[in-house]
Design a protein around this ligand. Structure first.
Ligand code: NVA
Length: 366
């Protein structure tokens, strides 16, 4: 039987991926972890309910087009099975009014070698999001005898998992940055919590962002679960809303990373890259001053690109500065329109999860 699942990084030749769907997406109601993550000036503050049908259709049209582009470039694409998210989410420990989406698989699924792990997300509304991927996981399990189908320990997400009164609308940007610098986040350390999009995979090394969606106990869990890998906790003090590493620190090929200039990696944490002759380049400025309507993410989705191989990258069509920079860095750029999908959970990288990339576990930082 063939090997279906294999991926050790974000830049080796991509052959098989999952692309999300926008169907039945909901803007979730406020819960202990979410208000901290919605910027104070966001139009989404206090708003919740099913996303307007017209926006779902537009997002799906761009997602479907993205699938066609990937297929044209030799990537097999699978899609999740949407669930009705406009219903109560309830466990013995908590209850919230609705789920969210199955648009960004990158937040939920982490592929490491022949294993796909479903994450331990800290948002209560995302508690059952993994179910949208279970039909695919089952299919891989039935057809690839080496595939390891894993669920990380489920967090209980009781009130003890969050700092209460952490967030106050009056908090200034400076205070937020101070908290990020002090690694003071809304989640507590009672249990491991992590979003898959906080993990940057680099063969033998995992660089994991410590921020609003991933806590220190998660780092410890990764260390024990993968004793043969090296786990590095990274943080970006310039980011007042540190969620997910893929609009902050994005590898393009072995030896080259683009870094959000507003969120530079601290000097101390750069050493491992410098010692191994990796170049960290400031990413180009975004082409837009604001994210599209009803979007949680920042304009820095400009750098949330999908690398197809060491010389080819997909960049959002309107992000002309980012595309130009990629070109200068020696990459062939494939432009794909995607802004209508941003509101559903992110950009071109967020909207995918790796199933198969060629290559094996390399040691880039010996
Ligand atoms: N916090 C990030 C999310 C990127 C996927 C941003 O909006 O910049």
């Amino acid at each position: 039987m063939p090997k279906i699942v294999n991926s050790w990084n974000d830049f080796d030749p991509l052959k098989h991926a999952i692309v999300g769907r926008a169907d039945m997406s909901v803007i979730p109601p406020e819960e202990p972890a979410t208000s901290e993550k919605v910027p104070v000036d966001s139009e989404m503050r206090g708003m919740w309910g099913p996303r307007p049908t017209e926006t779902v259709e537009k997002a799906n049209a761009q997602l479907d087009n993205y699938v066609k582009v990937l297929e044209k470039h030799g990537v097999k694409v699978d899609r999740p099975t949407p669930l009705q998210w406009n219903q109560e989410i309830k466990t013995p420990d908590f209850r919230t009014e609705s789920g969210m989406t199955q648009m960004p698989p990158r937040d939920i699924l982490l592929t490491i070698g022949n294993e796909i792990i479903a994450s331990a997300n800290s948002f209560r509304c995302r508690y059952f999001e993994y179910l949208a991927y279970w039909p695919l996981m089952n299919e891989y399990f039935e057809n690839d005898p080496e595939f390891k189908w894993t669920q990380a320990p489920r967090p209980r997400l009781t009130d003890k998992s969050y700092k209460h009164n952490y967030y106050d609308e009056k908090i200034s940007l400076e205070e937020r940055l101070e908290r990020t610098a002090n690694k003071d986040f809304v989640t507590t350390e009672v249990e491991p919590m992590w979003d898959a999009a906080d993990v940057m995979r680099m063969g033998k090394d995992l660089f994991i962002q410590h921020g609003l969606t991933t806590n220190r106990k998660a780092m410890e869990w990764f260390k024990r679960y993968y004793p043969d890998l090296r786990v590095h906790s990274v943080n970006f003090p310039g980011d007042p809303y540190p969620i997910h590493i893929d609009a902050t620190f994005v590898p393009l090929r072995p030896g080259l990373i683009i870094n959000n200039p507003h969120r530079p990696l601290p000097v101390e944490q750069r050493k491992i890259f410098e010692a191994n002759d990796w170049q960290i380049v400031e990413a180009a400025k975004p082409a837009h001053d604001n994210p599209p309507p009803l979007c949680y993410s920042s304009v820095w989705l400009s750098m949330n690109c999908l690398v197809l191989d060491h010389k080819t990258v997909i960049v959002e069509e309107s992000e002309v500065y980012q595309a130009e920079q990629m070109d200068k860095l020696g990459m062939n750029v494939i432009p794909v329109p995607f802004r209508d999908a941003y509101a559903f959970g992110g950009g071109l990288h967020c909207a995918t999860a790796d199933v198969y990339r060629e290559g094996s576990m390399e040691d880039y930082f010996p």
